[in-house]
Design a binder for this molecule. Structure first.
Ligand code: M6R
Length: 616
């Protein structure tokens, strides 16, 4: 984050970092320009709270000034220790840089600097940029021009980066630049901000400007100027943030994640709103024609983590509704295995943040192969939707907890809208059938609300399971991705070994893991839907129970056949088969959060993780 304005920069920057800490929390640092040619820096390993204690010790008066910047880090190059924390400075302590992303050619740059006698003090890729910018500022055609110096250096950098740069001799401005990594400008009254995320400045202004690829912005208290890396004038894209500070605060909840679990009915309703008009499904930014949709002969869903699981759910619906083959692929694997793509392939890129580097690279690969790309994204104007042919936004609101909850449910709903849009264009569903599917989706916020009113039982269960060594999750059909999602939540939040399996696969090996007392969570399909699947899963439960497993069964209300096989039964409302993940995921989110809380872990900031993974 960077700030130039009329307030004390330290307060503004620390406030912004507090709201963005979910993006990385290995270390934190600030730099403030005092206006009289001096640059004061503090940085500390660990959470932002460590930095704040250090500032209290140093004395915050040392950081007086109305321009400054800050950073919270998710370590890539170099351990999370003080000397690797940002901001990084040049040898004369006049230039300070914070950076997100990875500078892939940093080893060559570092060698060049060392050959010139520069002593580097950190293990990071970032530090090289501070020295190079200082050198450009001190000599040649860019002498005394910070923006030109940063441009010169940016042209030499390979990889993905957002840089925010200050120079002690330029106390009234800050320069920021981006390539494939997020950066937005916030425009206030007599103050201007740059940040990775609008959350950093939402307290001060809702007026924001999105920057394009390879663009640089100079901010001062009167506004901003954008150029490309060659210095040619460029335009940012102004937008107004449509959520306010309360959305980025805990609102009385102990953790953001708990608040976000409760917001799921709204997230679903907002995601569906406005997408069925005059009897037709409509997407947001549709730059793919109806004819192109009709011509689609194969769909790939590419995504990571929970977003990938939302794609696995979508496969069942899209294949069923559209009679099209759907492959769901981890974005990090997609482009490296030479997938067969052409202009009749639709690639659906699902990403809450719209910044995930693996997914972004998958999108770029798909476009080079002429495939059409449709982004499902929760962040307005992020890089993935910008580089896609069509967009469907999930309106889940900001998701701050690192574990995806409301965004995941919203992704499932949005993926289903994509499926219905395809079915409509291809005529594999009659308009009245599309309308009926949509109205069933519209009933889901109420169903999720009902699940939320019964979670106390799951919390109690979570407290009792907190000492477990491992937990297995089983499901079939759309319950299988739910099982994977339940296991992911437990791993990332409670640091507990957890695995999700397709229940039918258990007998092919994993059943050997079952031992006395092992908790196994089973996601039951509806007995009213695919009765054959239900019967088979009942058999699978009895097989594991016979081998000593403690069965925790998520089943539809009134499903009495499963009762004898459930050591714990968690009931969810009866909903159409394909929509079951929207209700059956919720108890698994609550379970993981409660186990993590009971074990004393920070539910919002699990170790080693960051919300947006902007490196490959
Ligand atoms: O922002 P994205 O949806 O692209 O993020 C993808 C994953 O990194 C994300 O879903 C991650 O797996 C979550 N921590 C899961 O809870």
């Amino acid at each position: 984050m960077g700030y130039v304005g009329h307030r004390q920069a330290l307060d503004v920057v620390l406030g912004g970092l507090r709201r963005m800490e979910y993006r990385g929390y290995d270390s934190a640092g600030v730099a403030v320009l005092d206006g009289a040619g001096s640059l004061t820096v503090e940085r500390k390993a660990g959470r932002l709270a460590n930095l704040e204690s250090a500032l209290d010790t140093t004395g915050r008066d040392a950081f007086t000034g109305t321009a400054g910047m800050g950073h919270t880090r998710w370590a890539t190059h170099g351990a999370p220790v003080d000397r690797n924390s940002h901001p990084h400075r040049d040898s004369s302590d006049r230039v300070a840089v914070v950076h997100n992303g990875i500078i892939e050619n940093f080893a060559a740059l570092r060698a060049e600097l060392e050959a010139d006698g520069v002593e580097l003090t950190s293990d990071t890729d970032t530090e090289t940029t501070a020295h190079l910018i200082a050198r450009a500022y001190d000599e040649g055609a860019t002498k005394g021009d910070l923006a030109a110096s940063v441009r010169t250096v940016c042209r030499r950098l390979e990889g993905a980066f957002t840089l925010v740069v200050t120079h002690a001799d330029q106390p009234d401005l800050i320069v920021a630049a981006r390539r494939s990594s997020p950066l937005v400008v916030g425009v206030g009254e007599g103050e201007t901000f740059v940040a990775s995320d609008v959350a950093a400045f939402i307290e001060h202004t809702c007026e924001a400007v999105e920057l394009g690829q390879d663009q640089l912005v100079v901010i001062d208290r009167d506004g901003y100027t954008v150029t490309d890396f060659d210095g040619e004038p460029a335009q940012g894209k102004p937008f107004t943030v449509d959520w306010d500070l309360s959305a980025a605060e805990k609102g009385g909840h102990e953790y953001f994640m708990l608040k976000e679990i409760e917001e799921q009915p709204d997230a679903l309703a907002n995601t569906l709103r406005g997408h069925f008009e005059a009897g037709r499904i409509v997407l947001d930014e549709q730059r793919i024609s109806e004819q192109d949709l009709r011509d689609v002969d194969k769909v790939f869903v590419v995504a990571c983590g929970s977003a990938y699981h939302s794609g696995l759910v979508a496969k069942y619906a899209i294949e069923h509704w559209c009679r099209l083959p759907v492959e769901v692929e981890l974005a990090s694997e997609f482009r490296y295995r030479d997938p067969v793509l052409d202009r009749d392939t639709l690639v659906v890129a699902v990403s809450q943040s719209g910044e995930t580097a693996d997914t972004l690279e998958a999108v770029r690969h798909a476009r080079t192969q002429k495939a059409r790309v449709l982004a499902v994204c929760n962040t307005n104007g992020a890089q993935i939707p910008r580089e896609s042919d069509a967009v469907l936004y999930t309106h889940a609101g900001p998701e701050i907890g690192v574990a995806s909850t409301k965004a995941f449910l919203a992704q499932i709903a949005a993926n289903y809208l994509v499926g219905l849009a395809l079915a409509q264009a291809r005529g594999t569903k009659y308009p009245d059938e599309v309308a009926r599917e949509f109205s069933e989706l519209e009933a889901m916020p109420a169903a999720v609300h009902k699940v939320l009113s019964t979670v106390e039982q799951v919390r109690d269960l979570g407290r009792r399971m907190a000492d477990s060594k491992a937990v297995l999750f089983l499901g079939r059909h759309v319950g299988f991705p739910v099982a994977l999602e339940g296991a992911l939540k437990l791993k990332e939040l409670a640091y507990m070994h957890a695995e999700g399996f397709a229940a039918g696969e258990l007998k092919h090996g994993p059943i050997a893991l079952i031992e006395e007392g092992l908790p196994v969570v089973v996601v039951m399909p509806s007995p009213r839907g695919r009765a054959v699947l239900h019967a088979k899963l009942v058999s699978n439960i009895s097989e594991i129970q016979a081998r000593g497993a403690r069965t925790i069964v998520i089943a539809e209300e009134g499903d009495d056949t499963v009762r004898p096989f459930a050591d714990e039964l968690v009931e969810v409302p009866a909903v159409p088969t394909l929509l079951q993940p929207l209700v059956s995921t919720v108890p698994l989110q609550v379970l993981a959060a409660e186990i993590a809380r009971t074990r004393g872990y920070d539910v919002d900031k699990p170790r080693n993780l960051a919300k947006s993974v902007t490196v490959e």
